[in-house]
Design a protein around this ligand. Structure first.
Ligand code: CA
Length: 223
């Protein structure tokens, strides 16, 4: 899962990015509205944290532009004060949620988890597919109740496939959601990670759809 943080306060931006990375997300950052708007427009994010007061272009304008061009990425707005007018403006512009500063980073993490799973159509923080279960709150996975030891890349891959279970996900899409913009991307590595994941899970739930990508699906007689 890949998140964009747009916040001009350097310390706050770093604090958010660090907490998100710690929680297993891939994070890109922007420090003004123009850069943020450009990234959100051109890169596929699973959620965006958008400050309302930004240099170059304010957060409301950034969001309005995305929504006007049909971008539906979940957006969590940060409002500088607990001002009702900021919240109303943010929600009217198409924000999915907001948090007023100052905030606890844990609250941001919880709201981001909720936004991502709602966008993927899941109502609980635990997603299951046959014997496999992913707890997006603790970033842990189990197979038949037994914990899976996964690297951060393997977890990201599994979490993405689980959020989109039943759908065919292309390698390009996986690469885009597993690495930040500076990473030297190579979609062949995805095949390697899928191989490792299959081996560790010991159950074959990740189907290769020739020429298209992968699909995570429970056996038809289960789940
Ligand atoms: Ca600001």
């Amino acid at each position: 899962m890949r998140i964009l943080v747009i916040e001009d306060d350097i310390n706050l931006n770093r604090q958010l990015a660090d907490a998100l990375k710690e929680a297993g997300y891939v994070v890109d950052v922007a420090f003004d509205g123009e850069e943020g708007h450009f990234l959100g427009d051109t890169e596929p994010y699973d959620a965006i944290i958008l400050d309302i007061g930004l240099p170059e272009m304010d957060g409301i304008t950034v969001l309005e532009k995305w929504r006007a061009s049909g971008k539906g990425t979940p957006v969590l707005m940060l409002t500088a004060r607990d001002r009702w007018s900021d919240k109303v403006a943010g929600i009217d512009a198409g924000a999915d949620d907001y948090v007023a500063k100052p905030f606890h980073v844990e609250e941001i993490l919880a709201r981001i988890r909720a936004l991502i799973r709602r966008a993927a159509g899941h109502s609980s923080s635990e997603i299951t597919c046959g014997p496999v279960r992913v707890d997006t709150k603790s970033s842990k996975a189990t197979v038949n109740g037994k914990p899976l030891k996964l690297t951060s890349h393997e977890y990201r891959l599994l979490a993405y496939l689980m959020h989109h279970k039943g759908e065919v996900v292309s390698r390009t899409e996986l690469v885009e959601h597993m690495y930040d913009q500076d990473f030297d991307r190579d979609s062949n590595t995805i095949e390697v990670f899928v191989g490792r994941l299959r081996k560790k899970m010991g159950v074959d739930l990740i189907e290769t759809v020739r020429g298209l990508g992968y699909r995570m699906q429970a056996p038809t007689n289960a789940n």
